[in-house]
Write a protein that binds this ligand. Sequence first.
Ligand code: GTP
Length: 347
Amino acid sequence: MQAIVLVGGEGTRLRPLTYSVPKPMVPLLGRPFMEHVLLRLRDAGINEVVLPACYLPEAIQRHFGDGEKLGLRLHYVIEEEPLGTAGALKNVERFITGPFFVFNGDVLTSLDLGAMLEQHRNSGGIGTLHLIPVEDPTAFGCVEREADGRITRFVEKPKPHEVTTNYINAGTYLLEREVLDRIPAGRNVSIERETFPQLIAGARALYAYATEDYWIDIGKPENYLKANLDTLRGTMPLRTPGPSQEAAVKQPCFVGINARVDRQAEVGPGVVLGRGCRVAAHARIYESVLWDGVVVEEGASIEGAIIAGDVRVGANARVERGAVVGHGQRIAAGTVVPPNARVPMPA
Ligand code: GTP
């Protein structure tokens, strides 16, 4: 079985984190997010993955190479200009030999791919889309369907009075190869806005596969933080190293290799410390994600925040809930990074 994982987006909503790191390489519990995705595909029997990349592709290639270490065959296809979510599929057509999965590279889900494949085979449709229910669908692409699962309409970001379903497109598709014939070549094409609405007008139906799995799109800072906390707490089942036994942390926490926490620091619950982080005495860290090499000096506090690699948080500084601090920043001693701040401010 083959899969295409879309990894070309600029990840603008995750800035400043994505200034230095493309979204697929953003870490989840000590591993690039995409590594978790690829391991999941491998465990489901997928052995060949095509990666249409565009933004900072070298970082992805350098880490994963030809995929041999993960037991996968990986092919990279670099777009000079972003081709959009369907244009990117058309551009890798030459690798695809039969029905194939497509994954948005920023979705974390417990979806059972084998069960989805079985339903797709039984339906005989041109494609199957994973749907999940959400409380407020107004920020998503909503998908209307018949009782037999046949998709009848797509409604992008409906106004509250336009909502007819709370089932949304969850970013995992299983498509027949002939779908690629319907995508125009050489230009930017959106699968959500152009290709899927065209497909439902055709002879072969497009089906929904609706489940109530764990599902989150890590493309926004608050979701990325939540994905880390949910994985730490076990709400999202994921094969990860067990919780750390580091004496000075309150579980659940993930403490990366060579990270050091002073016995008089207060770390956790709900904290991810990357490799080589240093946390000094009387520092407090709670419900936060720190990437590799972050230094937290004496008496500093970090709560509900995301701190990229090699940041130094000065003595008695305070980083408040929802803040995101970009790579290599220096937070001066005693300063306060206010709630939801971005450091530096995105250009
Ligand atoms: P934002 O800028 O924050 O919206 O993020 P994004 O650019 O990643 O866009 P979005 O989250 O809508 O993208 C969904 C998925 O499609 C992600 O996995 C992206 O990497 C991928 N993607 C989006 N646009 C392109 C594109 O033009 N080419 C390729 N190859 N992938 C894309």
